[in-house]
Design a protein around this ligand. Structure first.
Ligand code: B1M
Length: 216
């Protein structure tokens, strides 16, 4: 099989959420190993993984795929990404930037945040996931460790969405130019404007677009 065909299959199997071999059908794990062994450029392999995640991300945004599909695709992508890690750390593949993401303090919902983190990672960003119930100081410390990082805040409760403003203030008090994007079921563009966020995204695909526009 040509390298181009293997890359096509990587995209297809990522979108289908096939992480490892089932029967005689290779999953993303085997295909990425094969592509690299056959001499594919790591950046082309990343593009294929991103393409697959993009397909399922768009389907999700259009209501044609659901959370389990996204989670399976993300798992498949992670399998492929594991093979690329050495190239990222050697600098052979350039990251688009660093994205520090977390669910705001007081809030334990992380399914949507995880989908955003995985999709953004799948689009070539380094993702530092701080988890749930994250205090303002932890976001500020992460930006200190990763200068220039964009911060992403997720909240699912009307009682915790208000904590976003405090986090933005704390982060910008220490790192004034930090861009902060927000999302989560109760969040609106109006709320994002009101608290001084750099942008609002309604879903993972929107977060990727927003990050691209902020990084441009
Ligand atoms: Co909770 N919960 N919950 N809950 N829970 C909601 C949010 C709620 C709407 C249910 C309801 O009453 N109908 C309600 C909130 C009401 C409100 O505030 N107006 C609620 C409540 C009240 C609570 C508790 C207070 C219940 C209680 O204990 N009395 C409690 C709070 C705990 C806490 O956080 N301190 C609680 C607890 C829980 C569980 C732990 C049981 C569980 C969370 C498990 C987990 O996350 N690991 C849970 C769940 C599962 C839900 C519902 C059912 C589902 C949330 C979810 O995962 N959706 C939810 C009701 C519902 O939404 N139908 C509910 C799927 C996910 C893919 O969507 O997270 O919106 P979502 O993410 C989307 C977008 O919002 C966006 O992209 C994602 C994909 O499209 N997005 C971003 C998210 N973050 C983003 C960040 C971005 C950009 C986009 O940029 C940075």
């Amino acid at each position: 099989m040509s390298v181009e065909s293997v890359l096509e299959l990587i995209a297809t199997q990522t979108a289908a959420g096939k992480a490892t071999r089932k029967g005689d059908q290779d999953g993303v794990d085997e295909l990425v190993a094969q592509a690299l062994a056959d001499g594919a450029a790591p950046s082309d392999v990343l593009d294929a993984l991103v393409k697959g995640m993009g397909v399922v991300g768009d389907q999700f945004a259009a209501g044609k795929a659901f959370v389990p599909n996204m989670l399976l695709a993300a798992r498949a992508m992670s399998k492929g990404m594991a093979h690329l890690k050495p190239y990222f750390s050697s600098g052979e593949v350039k990251r688009k930037g660093t994205f520090v993401v977390g669910t705001v303090f007081g809030d334990l919902h992380d399914i949507g945040k995880n989908l955003v983190a995985m999709t953004v990672e799948g689009n070539g960003w380094e993702v530092i996931d701080l988890g749930v119930d994250v205090k303002p100081e932890a976001f500020a410390a992460a930006v200190a460790e990763h200068p220039g990082a964009v911060v992403g805040l997720s909240a699912l409760l009307t009682t915790t969405m208000v904590n976003m403003e405090k986090i933005i203030q704390t982060v910008r008090a220490a790192h004034p130019d930090t861009k902060v994007i927000v999302g989560g079921a109760p969040i609106t563009q109006g709320f994002a404007d009101q608290i001084g966020a750099s942008g609002y995204a309604p879903n993972p695909a929107g977060a990727v677009e927003l990050l691209a526009s902020l990084a441009a």
